[in-house]
Write a protein that binds this ligand. Structure first.
Ligand code: NDP
Ligand code: ZN
Length: 351
């Protein structure tokens, strides 16, 4: 079978590989549509998870099941499915502890294009099919379904990590597709005011539609100066970080009220340390929590978030700004994600 792979850091291309084999609990699927993620860019061009040779890229797609193992109960060939980017081993101690995304070691629930071949391929392997796949609701199209692999659950996990409550003022730093879903999730959770940080015009327009009312550009001075000015010096209750770098945490802490919480889902592709400003962190006693997490994967989350989209309570269609047809356009879509043209939110390839 053909797959589009990371040949080594900074180099990619189509390769031939053996079709994966199906264990008793597994499924083999073929993608119906795939989406490119900023994480693919971190992995391939920044080498953020280290060197990988001939590893097929991609972790966002929806798919059709082509084969299941003899112990799989709820899925059969021909089923159209939602596929989470994170596919934990549900029968693990980490899953029992409530951190399935770290099953088998830190971040090890993230298997596609990390520990095994990803989904930019004619066929791909899903471990623990009953625990990880979800049936694709019939009224969700294949492009929107791709947004349920990673963008919706990651943005929403940022909201969970920041513990957004009714009436909170929330700052969302970064309004690419992940941050946009954090804006939508904060809105659904009852935030009274959402301040968003980002400059791409398209993203700003879409963020308004999802409930952001105030906008800050990180290019026009520090985020904290602007946010404190917008909030009469009070700061915000919660911060979701979905963009920026290791330096962004300093701004986030400075923007936060005492007792506030930060939920980070940004993948820090470079830098060695995150600095926490001593004084604004209440000289160690400000009750400002900093949480960072890989999104939890799995079937239940896919089913619930899929139900939200199927019920019309969350419209993900504004995210797919560039839709291509056919594998021939995959490389173009991937390079587009690296270069981030001004009108880009998310490139998707229909198959
Ligand atoms: P994008 O690159 O599309 O968006 C990044 C956003 O951050 C943009 O709004 C950008 O602004 C803004 N930004 C850039 N630089 C700064 C800065 N210095 N300070 C503040 N904001 C800044 O990324 P995605 O939405 O696709 O992904 C966001 C992050 O989430 C990525 O790092 C990705 O790898 C990660 N991720 C994490 C997952 C998890 O499970 N935790 C899963 C999936 C993705 P501008 O409008 O100017 O471009
Ligand atoms: Zn992703």
């Amino acid at each position: 079978m053909k797959g589009y792979a990371m040949l080594k850091i900074g180099e990619s291309g189509w390769i031939e590989k053996e079709r994966p084999t199906c264990g008793p609990l597994d499924a083999i699927c073929k993608p119906l549509a795939v989406a490119i993620c900023t994480s693919d860019v971190h992995t391939l061009w920044e080498g953020a998870i280290g060197e990988r040779h001939n590893m097929i890229l991609g972790h966002e797609c929806c798919a059709e099941v082509v084969e299941v193992g003899e112990l799989v109960k709820d899925f059969k060939p021909g089923d159209r499915v939602l596929v989470p980017a994170i596919t934990p081993d549900w029968n693990s101690l980490e899953a029992q502890a409530g951190y399935a995304m770290h099953s088998g070691g830190m971040l090890a629930g993230w298997k596609f294009s990390n520990f095994k071949d990803g989904v930019f391929s004619e066929f791909f392997h899903v471990n623990d099919a009953d625990g990880n796949l979800a049936l694709l609701p019939p009224n969700i199209n294949s492009v929107d379904a791709c947004m349920l692999s990673d963008m919706v659950p990651t943005g929403f996990h940022g909201v969970e990590l920041a513990d957004v409550q009714f009436g909170d003022t929330v700052l969302v730093i970064g309004i690419g597709p992940v941050g946009l879903m954090a804006v939508a999730g904060s809105n659904l959770r009852g935030a009274s005011r959402i301040i968003a940080v980002g400059t791409r015009k398209n993203c700003v327009e879409v963020a308004k539609g999802y409930g952001a009312v105030d906008f800050v550009s990180y290019k026009n001075g520090t985020i904290e100066e602007q946010v404190l000015a917008l909030t009469d010096g009070q700061g915000v209750d919660k911060v979701v970080i979905a963009g920026g770098s290791v330096e962004t945490f300093e701004s986030a802490v400075k923007c936060l009220k005492p007792g506030g919480k930060i939920g980070n889902v940004n993948y820090l592709g470079s830098g060695t340390y995150i600095t926490i400003p001593r004084v604004e962190w209440g000289v160690g006693m400000g009750h400002k929590q900093i949480n960072g997490g890989l999104m939890p994967g799995g079937r239940l989350r896919m089913e619930k978030l899929g139900a939200l989209v199927a019920a019309g309570k969350l419209d993900v269609s504004p995210l797919a700004s560039h839709v291509f047809e056919g594998w021939d356009h995959l490389e173009e879509a991937l390079f587009m994600m690296r270069d981030k043209p001004a009108d880009l939110i998310k490139p998707v390839v229909k198959l």
